[in-house]
Design a protein around this ligand. Structure first.
Ligand SMILES: [Zn+2]
Length: 347
């Protein structure tokens, strides 16, 4: 996997590469002369010149730390991809365009979809929730490793992997191209219904052609971890101190969120409750063509929205615009809205 190559996919970012080289040279010079105060001022000056050049291709690392009581949750971006409106079969295209316009998104265009993962530190353990889409979701996705590095986390340090479900955008980042574990020291929590579903050859043969490779990808992703899987079997099962599994079935049979509670704080990581915030909050009944049971998942989504709004609970999820922390409110007789939380000086 070549993160370095894909971190700068757009030729318009040429200046960024040049700046990286300049910065490396500056570090070498600083290290040689041990002129740390001078080095510091040089870096600050270069950071300023990056902005002045209009170089927007290199964003700050996609990380945001949020504490829930004593539990540390860091949203780690795997980047962003796009999906067409076609994957929302019962969306009214006219209404979808109105909602896109209201969200300042271009109409009749591929819809951006964030891919988020989460580090959770609790009880002396470090867990990673989902592993992003690896190299399968375009040049602006698959950047989990680069953001973990920016967070100072080496893959060997991950004690626990928790998978919300086994779709490719959640599992492709956990196994190398030659079939090795990217997180070799991690044990793995995943719902047993998920393992059963994706390992069933009957389900594979009945799946639409476009989804058949997903079964093979899920099996391949799990393979180097098979001896270390701890199936989730009970709603509310504890995976880390203060972190409990929450069954949210429908998108896939074992789709699972995480409810984090510590002190008086609570947060729900709701997995894939929604993929398109600007569409599925106002229109919760707009399911996806790849929901395994759309009817069940619409009920799960409505129940989750209602709970989050009534309890004023902090939520986040894999496809909310990064970092995706915020609250759900009611909006009209049957819809909802998402109020993103502002960046916090103290996490
Ligand atoms: Zn997903």
């Amino acid at each position: 996997m070549s993160i370095e190559r894909r971190s700068n996919p757009d030729s318009r970012c040429g200046e960024a590469g040049g700046d990286r080289l300049t910065r490396r040279k500056t570090f070498a010079l600083g290290a040689t002369l041990s002129l740390l105060p001078v080095l510091g001022s040089t870096i600050r000056a270069e950071a300023k010149s990056n902005v002045a050049k209009g170089n927007t291709c290199q964003q700050v690392p996609g990380l945001m730390l949020r504490t829930i009581g004593t539990v540390e949750v860091t949203a780690v971006s795997d980047g962003v991809s796009t999906l067409p409106l076609d994957v929302v079969p019962n969306a009214d295209p006219f209404v979808a365009n109105e909602l896109a316009e209201a969200a300042y998104l271009p109409p009749n265009a591929p819809i951006p979809i964030a891919i988020n993962t989460y580090l959770i530190r609790s009880g002396g353990k470090l867990a990673l929730v989902d592993t992003g889409g690896g190299r399968f979701f375009g040049p602006s996705a698959g950047v989990l490793q680069q953001n973990l590095k920016a967070a100072g986390v080496h893959p060997n340090e991950i004690d626990i992997l928790i998978l919300t479900h086994l779709h490719p955008d959640h599992v492709a980042g956990m196994t190398t191209d030659d079939g090795r574990a990217v997180f070799p020291n991690a044990m793995l929590f995943v719902h047993e219904a998920e393992l059963t579903y994706w390992n069933d050859d009957g389900n594979l043969s009945r799946a639409p052609n476009v989804q058949k490779p997903w079964f093979l990808m899920a099996r391949r992703a799990l393979k180097p971890y098979l001896k270390k899987i701890e199936p989730l079997t009970v709603n509310g099962q504890t995976v880390l101190p203060g972190v409990n599994a929450e069954e949210l079935p429908g998108h896939t049979p074992g789709h699972t969120g995480l409810r984090i509670a510590s002190g008086s704080d609570q947060m729900l990581i709701w997995g894939d409750i929604i993929h398109f915030p600007h569409l599925q909050l106002p229109e919760p009944d707009w399911g996806l063509s790849f929901d395994v049971d759309t009817t069940q998942f619409i009920a799960t989504r409505r129940r989750t929205f209602a709970m989050a709004a009534a309890d004023r609970m902090l939520v986040t999820g894999m496809h909310l615009g990064f970092p995706g922390f915020g609250h759900v409110t009611t909006n009209g007789p049957t819809g909802y809205a998402f109020i993103p939380e502002s960046w916090r000086y103290a996490p």
